[in-house]
Design a protein around this ligand. Structure first.
Ligand code: PRP
Length: 184
């Protein structure tokens, strides 16, 4: 089976949405200096564009990493945090979690529960993409770019088998059935 890339969102469309999200954050965080926490690896490009489109001074940018979850972890609705953040970064601060894509919601639910334990002043979620048809646990997305039906999405930081993160656009990765030539 071959796979083909179908472009879903162009660079200019991404830039327009990132600008809108940045303006919403600037409006809501005026007079505050939020902490941005990016969930690796997928969100690194979105984060880089988003913070450069914002005018609000950001107090610190931090990163978290979670392990891929196996079947057992999925059923428990938890993913394992392999790189967290120091408590003092979160305690009493206005925290914004940055995700590239929301799927089952398990990763983000785990992140938000972990950060809540450190008692932030506020905790919000900003995600570029959402596939709500895939959700297993409910999550409130405070700032959202695009919503998609359940398609395999790559590019702009999102991978398939470690490939495609560097693509500047967002693509659907679709299966392509090879047509076999007749033998005679
Ligand atoms: C992706 C994405 C989110 C998570 C969403 O990360 O970046 O963090 O999956 O999926 P969920 O809603 O089902 O939990 P992934 O685990 O593929 O790691 P990566 O970002 O390092 O590629």
């Amino acid at each position: 089976m071959d796979r083909k890339l179908v472009c879903l969102i162009s660079q200019s469309e991404i830039a327009a949405i990132v600008k809108q999200l940045a303006q919403s954050l600037d409006r809501d965080y005026a007079q505050r200096s939020p902490v941005m926490i990016s969930i690796l690896k997928g969100s690194f490009i979105f984060l880089a564009d988003l913070v450069r489109a914002m005018n609000t001074p950001i107090s610190t940018i931090e990163f978290m990493r979670l392990s891929s979850y196996g079947a057992l972890t999925v059923s428990s609705g938890q993913a394992e945090i392999v790189m967290g953040v120091p408590e003092q970064v979160v305690k009493g601060r206005d925290v914004i979690v940055i995700e590239d894509i929301m799927d089952t919601g398990i990763t983000t639910t785990t992140v938000l529960a972990y950060l809540e334990r450190y008692h932030p002043a506020s905790l919000k979620l900003c995600a570029l993409l959402d596939k709500p048809d895939r959700r297993r646990v409910p999550v409130t997305i405070d700032y959202l770019g695009f919503t998609f039906p359940d398609r395999f999405i790559v590019g702009y930081g999102i991978d398939y088998a470690r490939q495609y993160r560097q693509l500047p656009e967002i693509y659907a990765l679709e299966e392509q059935h090879r047509v076999r030539e007749p033998l005679v």
